[in-house]
Write a protein that binds this ligand. Structure first.
Ligand SMILES: Nc1ncnc2c1ncn2[C@@H]1O[C@H](COP(=O)(O)OP(=O)(O)OP(=O)(O)O)[C@@H](O)[C@H]1O
Length: 251
């Protein structure tokens, strides 16, 4: 078994009377490419927020290298090598694209390890395909390029675990395919563990080797795409007609 990077144990998040994430446990190992799917409001983003330090879970533990990170500040998550993107990209619009990456590199601070492909602004811009836009203000590039830039900013912190929240939303078919290829490269060439939330289920199932399904805050399935699309509870709760199409696409 490969190295266990992050262990979520019974993560629960409540907002008043609403349980958005309900005792979700999941292990993430080095080099895994894992998808998270589920209907609107299933708790996907809230689970990400809880495992990236954006919010503190109501209860549960988050173990990285044996340390419990839950309730700790965001810098502790960064120090543990966890980076993420947001549904709405958070870039510095008035700063040049290259300076946005530079900000992430400074933030990496003492985390000097990491793939050589992430050594400086130019290498990261080349990897994400934004070399030609490097001097433009980040606010002047297209929304899909801003999604790539946000991934670049996350990569600049030299993470071991990258959490991607709907990075394909709003992209064209060919942009989605390119995004999926970039995600594969980040795992294959940089050795990152990638956890990817996406509504474009058929694309996601074609590229990940493991998928977690959330429904009403609960984890209802965790397995290979082929296993998950045949799971009776998943079909009932979520996939329905989409399953037939996805099943054809699953490895
Ligand atoms: N800050 C908040 N305050 C109160 N309720 C919230 C908050 N954030 C999320 N929720 C609620 O928690 C539930 C889970 O939301 P969440 O955004 O995590 O779902 P999701 O699976 O990511 O959905 P989507 O696919 O639409 O992005 C929803 O009912 C949502 O309305």
């Amino acid at each position: 078994m490969t190295e266990l990077l992050l262990q979520a144990r019974d993560i629960t998040v409540r907002f008043g009377g609403l349980t958005a994430v309900d005792a979700v446990s999941a292990d993430f190992h080095a080099g895994e490419l894992v998808g998270i799917i589920g209907p609107n409001g299933a708790g996907k983003t809230t689970f990400f927020n809880a495992i990236s330090g954006v919010i503190a879970p109501t209860s549960g533990q988050l173990l990285a290298d044996g340390n419990n990170l839950s309730g700790k500040g965001p810098h502790r998550y960064a120090a543990a090598g966890i980076a993420r993107t947001f549904q709405t990209p958070r870039v510095f619009p008035d700063m040049p694209v290259t300076a946005n990456i530079g900000f992430g590199l400074k933030f990496a601070g003492r985390r000097r390890e990491g793939a050589w492909q992430l050594r400086d602004e130019a290498s990261i811009l080349g990897l994400i395909g934004l070399a030609a836009q490097s001097d433009l203000p980040a606010g002047a590039i297209t929304p899909s390029q801003q999604r790539l830039l946000e991934i670049g900013m996350a990569l600049a912190t030299r993470p071991r675990l990258l959490l991607l929240d709907e990075v394909a939303a709003g992209l064209t078919e060919s942009e989605i395919e390119n995004m999926a290829l970039l995600i594969r490269r980040m795992r294959d060439e940089l050795g990152l563990t990638v956890v990817w939330i996406e509504h474009a289920v058929t694309t996601l199932l074609r590229h990940v080797e493991r998928v977690i399904v959330l429904h009403q805050g609960r984890k209802i399935a965790d397995g290979t795409p082929a296993e998950v699309v045949r799971d009776a509870e998943v079909i009932e709760a979520y996939l329905g007609d989409e399953m037939v199409e996805a099943e054809g696409a699953a490895p």
